[in-house]
Design a binder for this molecule. Structure first.
Ligand code: ADP
Ligand code: ZN
Ligand code: MG
Length: 475
């Protein structure tokens, strides 16, 4: 029996506003526990929350970037539950009237574009955090995170493979980063993802029973957890049993999911409208202004890269997947028109060398201007592609400009025929046997001779010219 997975993702993005959603406490990460708190975010009696306008604006921007309809009227609701990190006994969230709904994200899976629906985007406040002591059984509560604005982005069950889930998250993260509304750091918890997974026999319309997987701390973790869960569900069904609707926890070390709670003890949140906050009413004009001021987003930018620079979709997709990376590319392209070469160097050498030094490409000593200069030196024949590899590493290590490195190391390509002819005559004279082989029709032998000439010139000989001159000499 063949099965088809059905996946929907719930993503929480912490907004990087200066202050919390309903009070003026600061939001920066890593502060001493319980120093970013006040009576409002601790839920003391008698306090009144006030909405942070910037948080609402960022939520609307995100909704627009995800092609959502923005509600002119929406409201906050209380989601009631008990947990030690939730002093009020409820989380202020949005239930039946979310700020944004019915949007979509386009992903590119090995060259094929696919649209993933976004059900809703709503604003809510974060909870505090339990801190478990390294030794002993004690736990503390840190309320610094309590009340920080979160966006919950819920996808339609349109995702069909773990790879698509990974691509959806990457696309979403890129959009949010382009908007500059969150740090999207999964390790610091500013982006969190729960995955809903079910399977159904291929061809069946109706969805199967889903499980919800939590506790992944990277996009690769989400991908692996979904893969594991699909296989687990197949085993359960093929052994004649039924899937239980439940929440499962991913254990990254063990590479498997474990049941946390089943539907029987599922929460009943008793949502009701938040009486301390007025509804959010926004004007269409305000939304239009925000839409007009959105930055160029990753997907349109990818298409522009294909059009404007003649790049393959593969290159354009990777380059525009990260705003700073795309900006780097465009800074190079504004001064050097070898568009494909710039992409090649960025996608291979720049990523590789930065990775080897465990730094971000943005911190690399090679600036866009330096890379562009180096590529121009290749294309005007000053250096060969091979020498450029040396120059590139040297730029990375010393931060010197390519022309400086070439000058200091004497790396200029030898394109002077007379100079090359001397080396060629020497090599030809030194290897009569190989020359004879070539003349007898063994075409490959010329490669050896070219190699010798390159060696003699320390890689500086212009390879095309060597080839032409050598053939003439052997003529
Ligand atoms: P719940 O009521 O359990 O919160 P929702 O209908 O709100 O469920 O959906 C939560 C998430 O689960 C959404 O991302 C949705 O796309 C996804 N989802 C819903 N049904 C299924 C299913 N049968 N299989 C996989 N994912 C699903
Ligand atoms: Zn506060
Ligand atoms: Mg739900």
């Amino acid at each position: 029996m063949e099965f088809e997975p059905v996946i929907g993702l719930e993503v929480h993005v912490q907004l990087n506003t200066q202050s919390k959603l309903f009070c003026s406490c600061p939001t920066n990460f890593g502060a001493v526990p319980n120093t970013h708190v006040c009576p409002v975010c601790l839920g003391h009696p008698g306090v009144l929350p006030v909405l942070n306008k910037q948080a609402m604006e960022n939520a609307i921007k995100c909704g627009l970037a995800l092609n959502c309809s923005i509600s002119l009227f929406s409201k906050f609701d209380r989601k009631n539950y008990f947990y030690p990190d939730l002093p009020k006994g409820y989380q202020v969230s949005q239930f039946d009237k979310p700020l944004c709904h019915k949007g979509h994200v386009t992903i590119v899976d090995t060259g094929v574009e696919k649209i993933i629906g976004v059900t809703r985007v709503h604003l809510e406040e974060d909870a505090g955090k339990l801190v478990h002591a390294a030794h002993g059984a004690d736990s503390g509560v840190d309320f610094n995170r309590g009340g920080i604005p979160l966006l919950e982005i819920v996808s339609e069950p349109d995702i069909r493979t773990p790879d698509e889930a990974y691509l959806y998250l990457t696309a979403l993260k890129a959009i949010v980063e382009y908007l500059g509304i969150s740090d999207c750091n999964m390790e610091e918890g500013s982006l969190r993802c729960d995955a809903n997974v079910s399977i159904r026999p291929k061809g069946q319309k109706q969805f199967g029973t889903k499980t919800e997987i939590k506790n992944m701390n990277s996009f690769r973790g989400v991908q692996k957890a979904i893969s594991y869960e699909i296989e687990r569900q197949k085993d359960v069904i093929l052994s004649g049993e039924k899937i239980v609707q439940e929440t499962r926890l991913w254990n990254d070390d063990k590479g498997s999911t474990f049941s946390m709670r089943s539907k029987e003890d599922a929460h009943d949140y008793r949502y009701f409208p938040e009486p301390d906050l007025v509804p959010m009413v926004v004007e269409q004009k305000y939304i239009d202004t925000l839409r007009e001021n959105l930055p160029e987003l990753p997907f349109p930018r990818m298409h522009r890269f294909i059009e404007q620079y003649g790049l393959p979709e593969y290159d354009a997709d990777i380059l525009t997947g990260d705003k700073a990376f795309a900006d780097y590319y465009e800074q190079c392209a504004s001064v050097c028109s070898e568009y494909k070469m710039i992409s090649n160097w960025m996608l291979s050498d720049l990523i590789r060398e930065a990775g080897a030094r465990k730094i971000s490409f943005a911190d690399a000593p090679v600036t866009p201007k330096m890379l562009a200069e180096m590529i121009s030196l290749i294309s005007n024949g000053t250096i060969s592609g091979k020498i450029a590899k040396i120059v590139f590493i040297e730029m990375f290590d010393s931060g010197k400009t390519p022309s400086k490195i070439i000058e200091e190391k004497g790396l200029v390509q030898i394109s002077n025929p007379e100079e090359l002819q001397k080396v060629i005559s020497n090599v030809v004279a030194q290897h009569p046997a190989v020359v004879a082989e070539f003349k007898a029709g063994k075409e490959k032998s010329i490669g050896f001779l070219v190699g010798q000439i390159m060696k003699e010139t320390k890689g500086k000989a212009n390879p095309q010219l060597v080839n032409t001159l050598l053939r003439e000499a052997l003529g």
